[in-house]
Design a protein around this ligand. Structure first.
Ligand code: 7RM
Length: 656
């Protein structure tokens, strides 16, 4: 079951209205209500967001101006003072939520922990004080390289509390990738753990940090704060490394939240793009807090009685917006799980649902496809009756996977919210509001109120119903990325000039292809650029190519995605070797391992094909389109007249 094609979903006309009982208790109860709200927001987005900012968040000082839009640079709630850690913690302490579970954590070897809002607040304050003690000041960047343990969320909230932007680096990234990101962000402090559990094994996170910082490779880093998690033996560098538990013992449990400017940087999160190194996506404080708050509340129909579980890792935007900030800002109970399904425990996800009575479950199509493969008997053997809403994110979902999710996990009674958004957008852009919008399997349905989305051609002209085009956003929104860290020019070029602005009108180019059906529903088809989506993780083909070429044996490399049943796409690398090297299975393994070392296991090629040459245009550009056809085992489609040497294709086909 590979990613849906336009042919397969053009014929998808199943429609699932929200269950009546669900709508009755939802904040938005009908399509008419949604449309009314949508129109109202579209007519005056600034007023719409300002009213919500007033109602939903606590400000130390109100803003002077809702939106300052100097395309493509936006400022929201200009002059306002706010702290997201305050909105996620302190304001709940004066209500009954003080002793409500904020985080329920299920650790991998079987341990677990629940932190109430009061306890979480205390621990965040302690860490904030420790971070300050280690010399971190407002504006200093802190790197977070952590397993899925509560201290990961504590670290983020502690940084936010004192105004130190965090940059979370996914624990699956290699030392090399970690180093690049810490360097680019000029991090002062790294927060990590002695290790984390990953499918029955310990991931040596601290060892990776040591490697990344070795030879003073990141001179900005003065200190490393290490959380004891697994108890495995690690090296502690005197003067640089500190145990969190030691410093916590003497840390004060009170630390006032710093009043931040709305536009102060909250975090940098690196994400893959078409060219060059991953870019640091910059998000700021006020608009991000508002948008993640409101989208969590409406798209998940969040109630105080919910036990909400998002299965993402904190290292991705989904973990930032929808494990930590959105849910906690709403005073919700958010579940964190360190484990993952694996052959030794294939039903573990359903055990977590049953154990905690999870009511809202949010995961990725790649996980759903894995659940399907592991078999219905696993969820069927558990009591999943607590579930009332399901969500999906990360890539287009195949209608058949959607149907399985609906029937087997949701017992044909839970609405499914298919949420389309990106690291860059900060929060959901196109998503059902589950009490109001009928769903269609495979469609993210309609834009969130306040979001003006469209499908256009390369000139920016809207295309007709069911015609493919580029997905764009036509008006700024509060949680939009503000810039690429240290490279505003790249921000402008990548997102705002791909489709040339007309009469000063800038369109945000998402990099996705989409179509809109006669009901106005959006069907996202996937990336139109050289970004591949492996198990819901974004990887730039350029990054993987650069990793390959950095190996002495490799002369040239071209990387493409090929359809894959489980992962959506799998990485196929075409490689030409330096003269003194010969292709071998041994070398193939070595190159795969090399990519893992440069980027991380998530970038390991599924296949490496050695070739004497790569198909190129006369001007020397590698024709990836042809390689994609070859990798997928398809006939070469489209025009090959620009190909420099047609013999190359025959050779590649023969050799494949
Ligand atoms: C949240 C996240 C973003 C890219 C995006 C799309 C794809 C995400 C959906 C989807 C179809 C969805 N951030 N994508 N959600 N495609 N339907 N519901 O995934 O920055 O890592 O990736 O993911 O291609 O551009 S991300």
């Amino acid at each position: 079951m590979t990613q849906p094609t336009i042919e397969s979903i053009l014929h998808e006309d199943r429609m699932f209205p929200p269950p009546e009982e669900f709508s009755a208790q939802a904040e938005l109860k009908s399509l008419e209500e949604y449309r009314r709200l949508y129109q109202e927001a579209a007519a005056n987005p600034e007023k719409f967001w300002a009213d919500l900012a007033d109602k939903e968040l606590q400000w130390f000082q109100k803003w002077d101006k809702v939106l300052d839009w100097q395309p493509p640079f936006a400022k929201w709630f200009v002059g306002g003072k706010i702290n997201i850690s305050y909105n996620c913690l302190d304001r709940h302490l004066t209500t009954w939520r003080k002793n409500k579970a904020a985080i329920i954590w299920q650790g991998e070897p079987g341990d677990s922990r629940t932190l109430t809002y009061a306890q979480l607040h205390r621990e965040v304050c302690q860490m904030a004080n420790v971070i300050k003690q280690l010399g971190v000041k407002k504006g200093d960047v802190v790197g977070i390289y952590m397993p899925m343990i509560p201290e990961a969320a504590v670290a983020m909230l502690a940084c936010a509390r004192i105004g130190a932007p965090h940059t979370v680096i996914f624990g699956g990234f290699s030392a090399e990738a970690l180093k690049d990101r810490l360097k680019d962000a000029e991090a002062k402090l790294v927060i990590t753990a002695d290790g984390g559990w990953r499918k029955d094994a310990i991931v040596p996170l601290k060892e990776q940090v040591d490697k990344a910082l070795g030879d003073n490779a990141v001179p900005s880093v003065d200190n490393v704060l290490v959380v004891k998690r697994t108890g495995n033996k690690i090296h502690m560098e005197p003067g640089r490394d500190h145990w969190w538990q030691d410093l916590q013992a003497n840390a004060k449990a009170d630390c006032p939240a710093e009043p931040m400017d709305s536009e102060d940087m909250l975090f940098i999160l690196y994400t893959s793009g078409t060219t060059g190194k991953p870019k640091g996506v910059v998000h700021t404080t006020g608009g991000y807090n508002l948008y993640t708050h409101v989208t969590t509340k409406w798209a998940f129909d969040l109630k105080d009685t919910d036990v909400y579980w998002c299965t993402a890792d904190i290292g991705w935007i989904t973990g930032h917006s929808y494990i930590v900030y959105g849910p906690l800002s709403n005073g919700a109970t958010t579940v964190m799980y360190e484990g993952a399904p694996r052959s030794s425990n294939p039903g573990c996800m359903w055990d977590v649902v049953e154990k905690y009575g999870v009511t809202i479950f949010y995961t990725a199509p790649t996980a759903i496809r894995a659940f399907i493969k592991m078999g219905e008997h696993l969820p069927k053997a558990r009591d999943l009756s607590s579930l009332r809403l399901l969500g999906t994110v990360g890539e287009p979902i195949n209608p058949e996977a959607w149907m399985w999710y609906y029937r087997v996990i949701g017992s044909s009674k839970c609405p499914i919210v298919d949420t389309w958004w990106q690291t860059e957008t900060g929060g959901f852009m196109i998503t059902p509001l589950p009490g109001a919008i009928p769903t269609k399997p495979g469609s993210a349905t309609l834009p969130f109120p306040g979001i003006i989305a469209d499908v256009v051609d390369l000139e920016g002209n809207p295309v007709g119903d069911n015609e493919g085009g580029y997905l764009v956003i036509k008006h700024p929104w509060p949680s939009m990325m503000r810039t690429v860290y240290g490279d505003p020019d790249r921000f402008r070029r990548t997102y705002w000039e791909h489709i040339p602005p007309q009469d000063g009108k800038y369109l945000y180019f998402a990099g996705d292809g989409a179509r809109r059906d006669k009901d106005g529903y959006f069907w996202v088809m996937g990336r139109v650029d050289d970004v591949i989506n492996v198990s819901g993780h974004r990887l730039g083909t350029m990054e993987i190519e650069s990793a390959l070429v950095s190996h002495p044996a490799v002369a040239e490399a071209a990387v493409v995605g090929k359809p894959d049943d489980l992962r959506g796409e799998a990485i196929v690398a075409f490689v030409t070797l330096e003269d003194s090297y010969r292709a071998s299975e041994q070398l193939e393994k070595e190159l795969m391992q090399h990519v893992v070392g440069e980027i991380g296991a998530l970038a390991r090629p599924a296949e490496i094909r050695f070739s004497e040459d790569l198909p190129k245009t006369r001007s020397g550009k590698i024709m990836r389109r042809l390689l994609r056809n070859l990798a997928a085992g398809q006939e070469i489609a489209g025009d090959t007249s620009t190909l420099q040497d047609r013999g190359v294709l025959d050779k590649l086909r023969g050799g494949a």
